[in-house]
Structure formats: C-alpha cells, structure tokens
Design a protein around this ligand. Structure first.
Ligand SMILES: Cc1ncc(COP(=O)(O)O)c(C=O)c1O
Length: 397
C-alpha cells in the first residue's frame, strides 16, 4: 500500500488552469480574484462580509487587533487547538487563559469557561476564542449568552469547519463562521484544510464596522475611501485650496497595520477549490460514517467525537489504548496518523506564564490517547479499508 497521510490536498486540472489564467492576467495581487473569493466564500458560509488574508494566523491577529486586544487583556481559549488560536492574543500583548475541554466533544467546555468568569469580578476578561476543533461546530448560541452576561467578544476559530453546522435552541441550522453569534470568525486555507490556497486565510463577520477595520488593518492601516480621510483636501492636493475632491493618488495610513494580503493567484485557487467544497465535505462525511461503523463496540476505542450531525471532519480523531504503539505500528504499515494537538498550555512558551501539568486534566488525558487517522476526500474505499484492518490487527480485534 502506498503511503497514506492523515490529510492530503487535492489539486485538479481546473485548479491549475484557474491559477495559470490569473498568472497571465493584469493582477497578481490586489486584483479582482480576491473580492470574488471573498464574495463566494461569504455566500458559502452564509455571512455578510469576508476579508481574505495571507493565512489563518494573520486572520486571527487582525481579529485580535480589530477587537482592540491590549496588553493585560485576558482572553479565554482551548488548549486543544493549533497554537495560533492562542498566539493572536499574545501578538497584542494580551494574556491567554486556557479553559479545559469537554471530554466527549473535545471542544472548549462552556462550564469550565463559566467557572473562570464566575471566579473573578466582571471586566476581568475581554473575550473568548472557541475552536470548531476537528470540524465539530461549537454551540455558539450558548457561548454568546455567556459572553453577553460578561460583556465579552467572541472570535470563532473555524479553521477546521467550513460547512460544519450546529442547531440552535429553535432548531435553526447555523453554519460555522456565519457571523450570527460570534463577532468574527476565521478560516485557514493551508493545504490540509477543506479549501487549499497554499497559504491563505479569511475573516468572516456580519459587522460592517469590523469589516472595514479589518480591510484597513490587512493593508498597513491604509484607507483609500474619501469619506474616511482625516487630512484636508487642500493638504492632499498639495495646497490647492479650491479643490472639492481628493486626488486619485491620495490615501491615508491612519493606524498601524500589516501587509497580510492574499495574492490573486491564491484567491483564484481558492475560488476553484470552493466549487468542490460541497462534494469534498460530502465525501468526508461518507468516510466518517464508515469509520463510525467500523469502530462501534471495539474495546480499544476510549472515545470519539465523530457521531455528531453537522461535523465537517477536517480530522477524524479517536481516543485509543496504547496510542504511541499504535502510532508506530501504523507508520510501519505506511499509514501516517497524526496527533492533534499537544495541549497548548504545556508548550514551553506557555509554561513560562505558569501553566503546568495537572491544570487542565481533560485536555491532558485526551492528549495521551488521541490519534487522527486518515481523513481526506480522495482517500479511496480500499485505502480506508486497509486503515481499519490495520488498526484492528494491532489490537487483535
Ligand atoms: C485551529 C487552527 N487555527 C489556526 C490555524 C492557523 O492557520 P494558518 O496555518 O493558515 O496560519 C490553524 C492551521 O493550522 C488551525 O488548525
């Protein structure tokens, strides 16, 4: 059997053509493909505005800036995530407070968050960053209620979950990142994600003020909108006091931003990939259903979160006995499983702030048992069968 990774991108001839066409066009960056991608993506996840950026980490950083995270601000997130979910707070000088995960869903546990909030005076915390880990949608209606009680903002890290959804208390379906409950949401277009741009990310929101702010911050804090200018027309023209309009070249840097732009050829790839997002997601769900059935009743399974409707299955995670030995055994059989994630609070960087073993027991136990097995749309039935058989053979079941 050829090498089977835990995740794999899928580039078609159509994708290549879309990139080549853009490379031959007038715009390599700051051109029409970006707006097109933003519009298409916003439509796909059912929100009003989207701002495409250079990667998911940049998206998180811009969100933290747009929400005005300052030195000393405290923000709550989950330890079972890629470190970028937490790091964005540090970029702005804020303090990351990790809360424990729910041991059955592996998502940020709302009760653990509530306990933190209740233990301190109101105003101690500024925001929450829940993560739709593995593709399982966080119930943001519940988080919104809690956040409103304490005056907090919410950034939804939806990197794993384009197309994922949950049902609210009225049984309405909410797609991850739709902007209904979170102030801002972010996605990544790293190759292992549902939609690949090479590198790429996007922020989604229904809030027009935040949308405009993100646009500005993405490009050095510069605005080119006449009605937002601070300097006078006379200054802008170079002393023409009777002029009624700002000259065509004029722009203003009004705050400190970054160059976090995505290129047009990356956006073209994103646009092309987006056309297959639905079919890719359907295939992921099909693969998950086969895994779910295969692992039912197996004594080596200690936990799995794959049964929930609306799961987008960026990852397929199981908790197993003898995880390390299974991992090595699978590698010997050309199956390259992965571990998601090493708890962020126990990374050496975060230990320096006092985080230590025993602080978040659910996340720490999960880490000793979790393994992400192959999950990507082009995984064949035969390959999946081989993965299941190999796992069963390791446990003699
Ligand atoms: C949950 C989560 N958040 C943030 C990121 C950061 O995205 P990027 O790699 O595009 O910077 C990733 C991607 O690896 C992720 O998985």
């Amino acid at each position: 059997m050829n090498k089977i990774p835990y995740g794999r991108h899928n580039i078609t001839e159509e994708d290549i053509q879309a990139v080549v066409e853009t490379l031959k066009s007038d715009f390599l960056t700051q051109g029409p493909r970006i707006q097109e991608f933003e519009d298409n993506f916003a439509k796909y996840i059912d929100c009003k505005y989207a701002v495409a950026v250079s990667n998911g980490t940049a998206a998180l950083h811009l969100c933290a800036m747009a929400l005005n995270v300052k030195p000393g601000d405290k923000v709550i997130t989950t330890p079972i995530t890629f470190v970028a979910s937490a790091n964005c707070v540090r970029y702005c000088g804020g303090e990351v407070v990790f809360a424990d995960i729910d041991p059955t869903t592996y998502l940020l546990d709302i009760n653990s968050v509530r306990a933190l909030l209740e233990a301190s005076p109101k105003g101690t915390y500024q925001g929450i960053i829940p993560v739709d880990f593995a593709g399982l949608a966080v119930n943001l209606e519940q988080f919104r209620k809690l956040a409103d009680e304490y005056g907090l903002w919410i950034i939804e890290d939806a990197c794993h979950a384009p197309g994922g959804y949950f049902h609210d208390s009225n049984n309405s379906e909410h797609l991850c990142g739709n902007g209904e409950y979170a102030d801002l949401a972010i996605f990544s277009f790293h190759p292992v994600k549902h939609i690949a741009c090479g590198e790429g990310g996007i922020v989604t929101t229904n809030d027009v003020t935040l949308y405009k702010e993100l646009n500005k911050l993405r490009s050095h804090g510069i605005t080119k909108e006449d009605n937002q200018y601070i300097n006078s027309i006379e200054f802008a023209t170079g002393g023409y006091e009777d002029e009624k309009e700002y000259p065509g070249w004029y722009m203003e840097m009004q705050e400190l931003g970054y160059n976090y732009r995505i290129t047009d050829f990356q956006a073209a790839l994103g646009n092309s990939q987006l056309k297959r997002a639905e079919s890719g997601l359907a295939r992921r769900r099909e693969i998950a259903a086969v895994y779910n059935k295969a692992f039912e009743g197996k004594s080596y399974i200690l936990g799995q979160s794959g049964f929930v409707e609306g799961h987008a299955y960026h990852l397929y995670v199981i908790e197993v006995k003898e995880r390390f030995n299974l991992y090595k055994y699978l590698r010997g059989k050309n199956i390259f499983a992965q571990i998601h994630y090493i708890p962020a609070h126990l990374m050496p960087y975060y230990r320096q702030f006092g985080w230590k073993e025993g602080d978040l027991p659910n996340a720490e136990r999960y880490y000793t048992r979790c393994i992400s097995i192959p999950m990507f749309p082009t995984l064949t039935d035969k390959e999946q069968e081989y993965v299941i058989e190999t796992i069963n053979s390791f446990y003699d079941e």
